[in-house]
Design a protein. Structure first.
Length: 218
């Protein structure tokens, strides 16, 4: 059966890789993109909805599919205001999960981050943890939360600090074993492959750490 997929965050590093995979995959007949900016991709599968993502509920009638891939996320550097940060990293994924539940979409796959905790002293980690809890509370049949470590990708807006961090993590990766393996950096393309795999296979865990994402993305 041909599927319809929704991508939130298709202009980001992982969303871009995911879109490429879905367009090349015959299992997917239509790909709906809900975003603020166009991906500038002309393809018969693609239907774009250029909207205010903070008002996602206004587009409930169009939010129908077989799977939602949520690749939404920002950083403290890009979004220093905590209120706006919370609206992006918590508000958008949770609104999408609620719409998926109401519209009987059976699969919801969302990107979180490694090391999140509601008890963390870091606002970023607390926000992601709250998002995970709210998404799981929707009880969508096939819910998967991916917790990647540092995501490696070619970005036009890469800052010097991000480039240095990526270089350092690449050197450290071989030293991270056992319980530390989940802190290895990971390619955006690997995360995208894992997301597609999860949509088409059964997996026994809902929360998937970076080391397991690498295995699924292989």
């Amino acid at each position: 059966m041909s599927k319809t997929a929704i991508i939130l965050g298709a202009t980001g590093s992982t969303g871009t890789e995911l879109l490429k995979l879905l367009l090349a995959d015959d299992r997917y007949e239509k790909v709906k993109l809900f975003s603020r900016n166009s991906v500038n991709v002309s393809h018969p599968k693609v239907k774009e909805y250029l909207i205010d993502l903070f008002k996602l509920e206004d587009y409930a009638a169009d939010f129908t599919a077989d799977v939602v891939f949520c690749c939404i996320g920002t950083t403290k550097a890009k979004t220093p205001d905590e209120n706006t940060y919370h609206k992006i990293d918590y508000g958008i994924p949770v609104a999408a999960a609620r719409l998926a539940m109401v519209n009987n979409i059976p699969s919801f796959i969302v990107i979180s981050a490694v090391g999140v905790s509601k008890d963390s002293r870091f606002f970023y980690n607390r926000t992601k943890a709250e998002m995970q809890e709210a998404v799981l509370a929707q009880h969508i049949d096939n819910t998967y939360i991916l917790q990647p470590s540092l995501i490696l990708a070619s970005r036009a807006d890469n800052r010097l600090g991000e480039k240095i961090g990526a270089a350092v993590m690449t050197l450290l990766n071989p030293l991270l074993w056992g319980n530390l393996a989940k802190y290895r950096s990971i390619k955006a393309s690997t995360i995208a492959k894992a997301m597609v795999w999860l949509d088409n296979n059964s997996y026994d865990k809902q929360i998937i750490t970076s080391d397991k994402i690498v295995q699924l993305g292989a």
